[in-house]
Ligand binder design. Structure first.
Ligand code: PMP
Length: 300
């Protein structure tokens, strides 16, 4: 029997018992929202920001969460404690809940709130030393006026399709453009380029999720006195950049060394990318919500 505790429908259950109805509209229609967070040594990085984004996603799709933001944070902290984890990946899912086979959410009366915390499967350090290969894909990023990339919804087919394209092309990650050909982001990460020591990332209105790591890197880069700005750019700018890197909860900061077969600079992770990764890893254990004051751990 698994020792993993999952928060599901107002209580903690064992992994084996963590099952949801086949009539849940999250399953039937991708109708719901989610968040992915990370705890570093008992410190949940940017917990408030993730909760804020979760509630904004929910607000946008008229999904009423049954808890206050504070209660939701408590549930997340408690999930880590129950599982005796200090370094973890945390997934929060809020689905529309069980209804019937009809599309109309009016039949779904109770959202399902799920929190899963697992030991973190770290990206191999070798990938950070080598850097990733990226390829642009034919599928365009969802238009913000159709399904906004700011809604972190359970409908991730746009991202899954581009990941499949990247797999087919034999590259590590997909470069998604918007319908005008401007660079937006990767399948699950934001993109930055460096040119003449200046750092650029696309404005989110072009079709990128406003990543929490992205925002942390914008703040960090400014604190480190780099010039950093949100500027539209095209594939040409990526191909001719001095450095390219991605950010996200899972990857943190990772270099891209090849885009559509164009080797970026000398084909190894760049100086600024490495600097930002090093400094980012210093702040993650400080700049967040500490869920492991020693006395509380012992009380579990
Ligand atoms: N873009 C997309 C499409 C994503 O799914 C993610 C992962 N949440 C990101 C960017 C990076 O966002 P964050 O830094 O908040 O993890």
């Amino acid at each position: 029997m698994s020792s993993q505790w999952i928060y599901l429908d107002d209580r903690f259950v064992k992994k084996e018992d963590a099952v949801v109805s086949v009539f849940d509209h999250g399953f039937l229609y991708g109708d719901g929202v989610f968040e992915g967070l990370r705890a570093y040594n008992g410190n949940i990085f940017k917990l408030h920001e993730h909760i804020e984004r979760l509630y904004q996603s929910a607000q946008s799709i008229m999904l009423h969460l049954p808890y206050s933001k504070e209660e939701m944070e408590d549930v997340i902290v408690e999930t880590i404690r129950r599982n005796k984890l200090e370094t973890a990946y945390i997934r929060v899912v809020v689905s529309r809940g069980p209804g019937n086979l009809g599309l109309d959410p009016v039949n779904c009366t109770k959202p399902n709130v799920i929190v899963i915390a697992e030991p973190l499967a770290l990206f191999p350090q070798e990938l950070y030393q080598r850097g990733l290969k990226m390829g642009s894909v034919a599928s365009r990023r969802n238009r913000p006026d159709v399904l906004s990339p700011q809604v972190k919804s359970l409908n991730y087919l746009n991202n899954i399709l581009v990941k499949l394209e990247a797999n087919q092309a034999g590259v590590d990650e997909a470069l998604m453009l918007n319908d005008q050909g401007y660079v937006t982001e990767g399948s699950a990460d934001n993109i930055f380029i460096v040119k003449n020591k200046k750092i650029f990332t696309p404005p989110v209105y072009l079709g990128a999720l406003e990543g929490i790591t992205r925002n942390a890197i914008i703040d960090l880069a400014s604190e480190l006195d780099y010039s950093i700005s949100e500027t539209p750019f095209t594939r040409h700018d990526v191909y001719t950049a001095d450095e390219v890197f991605l950010t996200g909860t899972a990857v943190e900061v990772i270099a891209v060394v090849d885009v559509d077969g164009r080797v970026i600079s000398d084909g190894i992770p760049g100086e600024i990318t490495n600097h930002l990764l090093t400094e980012f890893r210093k702040i993650v254990t400080v700049d967040g919500v500490h869920c492991y004051p020693a006395e509380k751990v012992n009380a579990v």
